[in-house]
Design a protein around this ligand. Structure first.
Ligand code: FAD
Length: 489
């Protein structure tokens, strides 16, 4: 056992919780007054969590650098390792001479399996291993219906979650009053070797211009949201030209800020500022509730990432069409809202929620391409690519999910644009070749009179594509295909 003169270190295993604030595992470790070693393991083994996409790897590189700087200020080194966590974590504990390890829980099936295996084997070997809730407002096993089963529909889920009482308060990070005893120096990977930044070609310029990964960046986004956006959130969150949402999703994805911190910060600001009504707050909190719902679904139904939640969709006659899929990814469909969204995604690693719904619906229903192909593209290109939110949302749009949009509700990409971006602000931003089109036709350049197109400098089929499919025909084809599986159980 460690003596008081040479206390054994505690290892904090960081995963999707790359922050100091409201981090129960870190707080538990630092509170002991013993040396603390922070560990991050990039586990790309076949049994590990889903391999990250390109945009997420870019984000993670910068987020780990920010975390390393913040931890250094309190005397905690961040050690980076690569390999299967089930082997790497015990090796680090023994190299560090540590007797304890702490971490915050995760909810994806491979992550849970690894954590369970590690917890029991470490405990058998005499280590103290403890886990905490750092990621959710409520644990999935605590929000169940009267029969003790998980909810499959959002509204009753969210009501039940709220009926349990307010989420736990976030805990401020308390820096140790004295510098922590020095931690052992362990070898580790360099961040840029572990997660190289793109160089040939450097495709991350738009990401750099848009985001500041790390805890400080997350706090800034939260403050900006509370200052200017929360007061108009309910009315404008659906309008992609209005910049009314928080842009916190990638920060939440990597745990640079906790949902508890956001929940309470929004509540406090609403109470303090007359111009923010409870309606805005409730709407915003319900979106945090959708995140919870997705995580609870992922926990209870671990296959939702790859299998249709409703098995009848297994027989859906998806089309394989590489050419059309590529046109969609490039934002060249001839439908301005779809093209604007796909180009926003490519440039910034983000897309507005309303537009995500429309582009996903277009791929699944107008092109009849399997939702899993679109989900994988989002997984690779989104900076907020999230194991719960991404799959649950794609299944929601497909109609194959738990609480899903009915399959026959097919978004009309033209009228969605006219309704939610009536001036065409969003399209002008992302599809510059249409910037001079008047609002009346910016969402339907293919119906514009010749003189209007000429005046706006648009040559259909040349400067901007004609629609790749005709809406009414594509809609009917999708509905007919749905009939083939409609009555299957
Ligand atoms: P805000 O409106 O400010 O909302 C605050 C937070 O609530 C978000 O950061 C997010 O964590 C959560 N949230 C908001 N809307 C939703 C929602 N519909 N479902 C679940 N959580 C929500 N979100 C991701 O975080 N990662 C994804 O990979 C992802 N993929 C999606 C794929 C599709 C096809 C669709 C339709 C939606 C997807 N979403 C995903 C949900 C949503 O689009 C984003 O969370 C939202 O656009 C993020 O912007 P924001 O932070 O400004 O959101």
């Amino acid at each position: 056992m460690p003596s008081k003169d040479s206390p054994s270190p505690i290892v904090v295993w960081f995963r999707d919780d790359l922050r100091l604030d409201d981090n129960p595992a870190l707080a538990a470790a630092v509170g002991e007054g013993r040396p603390v070693v922070a560990l991050y393991v990039l586990d790309e083994s076949k049994d590990g969590p889903r391999a990250l996409g390109g945009a997420s790897r870019w984000w993670l590189n910068l987020s780990l650098k920010a975390l390393a700087r913040d931890l250094d200020k309190i005397g905690v080194p961040l050690v980076l390792r690569k390999g299967p966590a089930v082997k790497t974590v015990p090796a680090v504990l023994s190299e560090a001479g540590a007797g304890n390890i702490v971490w915050n829980r995760r909810y994806d099936a491979p992550g849970i399996a690894i954590d369970k295996e590690l917890k029991s084997s470490l405990r058998e070997d005499g280590f103290v291993a403890e886990s905490f809730n750092g990621a959710l407002l409520a644990e999935p096993w605590d929000v169940l219906n009267g029969e003790g089963l998980p909810y499959r529909v959002f509204s009753p889920f969210f009501r039940a979650m709220n009926a349990r009482g307010a989420p736990a308060q976030p805990q401020d990070f308390k820096a140790p009053s004295e510098r922590l005893p020095e931690a052992p120096s362990l070898e580790g990977e360099e961040i840029d070797d572990l997660l190289p930044l793109p160089s040939r070609p450097d495709w991350a310029g738009g990401l750099r211009d848009t985001w500041t990964p790390g805890e400080a960046g997350a706090r800034k986004r939260l403050e900006a949201f509370l200052d200017d956006r929360l007061c108009r959130y309910a009315a404008q969150r659906d309008m992609p030209g209005e910049d009314a949402t928080s842009l916190l999703s990638p920060h939440l994805r990597f745990g640079e800020i906790s949902p508890r911190r956001i929940w309470y910060a929004a509540g406090d600001r609403t109470a303090a500022q007359d111009e923010i009504s409870d309606k805005q707050l409730d709407k915003f909190r319900s979106e945090l509730g959708w995140r919870e719902f997705s995580y609870h679904l992922l926990f209870h139904f671990p296959d939702i990432g790859h299998a249709n939640f409703q098995p009848r969709f297994d027989d859906f006659p998806w089309r394989k069409d590489k050419k059309q899929f590529r046109i969609w990814t490039k934002g060249q469909t001839g439908y301005p809202l779809v093209d604007a969204g796909m180009r926003e995604l490519w440039h910034t690693g983000y897309m507005h929620n309303r537009v995500r719904m429309v582009v996903a619906s277009f791929l699944i229903k107008h092109l009849m391409i399997d939702w899993r192909e679109g989900e994988a593209w989002f997984w690779d290109t989104l900076v907020d690519a999230d194991p719960a939110n991404n799959t649950a949302s794609w299944q929601w749009v497909a109609g194959s999910g738990a609480d899903a949009a009915p399959y026959f509700r097919i978004f009309n990409p033209t009228s969605q644009g006219e309704k939610f971006d009536p001036d065409g602000t969003y399209v002008r931003r992302w599809v510059p070749e249409l910037a001079e089109m008047p609002a009346s036709h910016i969402y339907k350049p293919h119906e514009a009179p010749r003189e209007m197109l000429e005046k706006a400098g648009v040559r259909l089929g040349d400067t901007y594509p004609r629609p790749m499919v005709e809406h009414a025909k594509a809609r009917q084809r999708a509905l007919d295909a749905f009939q083939t599986i409609k009555n299957a159980s």
